[in-house]
Design a protein around this ligand. Sequence first.
Ligand SMILES: [Fe+2]
Length: 315
Amino acid sequence: MNLIGIEKLVYGVEDLDQCKRFWRDFGLSVSEDDDQHGLFACASGAKVEVRRSDDPSLPPPVVAEPTVRETVWAADSQDTVDIIGEELSKDRNVQIGDDGSVHAVDPEGYGIGFAVTGRIDLPPAKTKYNGPGHETRFDQPATFYEKAIPQHLAHAVFYIQDIEGTPAFYRERLGFKLTDAYVGRGCFLRCGKSIDHHNLFMFQMPDSRGFHHCAFEVRDFHEVFGGGLRMNELGWKTHLGPGRHNVTSAYYWYFRNPCGGAAEYGYDTDRVTDNWIPRSIEPSDGAFAEWSLEEGLGRFAGLQRQVRTVKKDRS
Ligand SMILES: [Fe+2]
């Protein structure tokens, strides 16, 4: 199955205006905005849609609170979408959208969709780092970001109950590949044509289901911190971070999201190919992060972002 990643996350929410403001502040661009919904895009064209939780167009909720109601997966062609539709219709209801997209639910009851991608390839990052022996930036300061512009919608994370059957559904029916696993508890899966470490992480919670977070990659380390500081300044609460993941190597900063769960800025996530050998990782505390702050930087030790008023003086 030629799936390449996430095309769109569709949320059902309580406070539509607040949720729209969250995604604008997070740095997504507004594609559509009316009293029924908001549609937001990152630089790659991957999207987030917010609708009221009682919107009849949404798949049924798995949990009562605001949450992701459908994850739409990006396909390389309509053929891929059609093949998936045929496969899923063997044992579940499949709906076909006006645009040829396919919609169903996974074994946990989470809404899943499949559509031909509108994402674009991103230009190479322009960040120049300096280090001993690999100096790349001369006579100019590094970038300071006033806010983030998320580039790539990389992954979504859900709690599941069936740690055997549900990952098997994604692998055997939809062509996902296993990148790493928390022994007996969680699976990091990537789409068959993706080099992201994971596009879907599922963690077993015997007594509950729910959406945990989605992650957007930004252009460099500095943008993780610039975007995070800006979110704090605008009053959005840190969920966790900044910090650094052990499993994917990425720097992160998570924010509580009124749409449900959290939203993560990330940078320097591992990329993998078919040469990657999946690891079995003990899900101990140390597996999640090398280090992590709990409440952000703006609220940490009284640190405030300083206004930069550096004047260039060539006289
Ligand atoms: Fe994440």
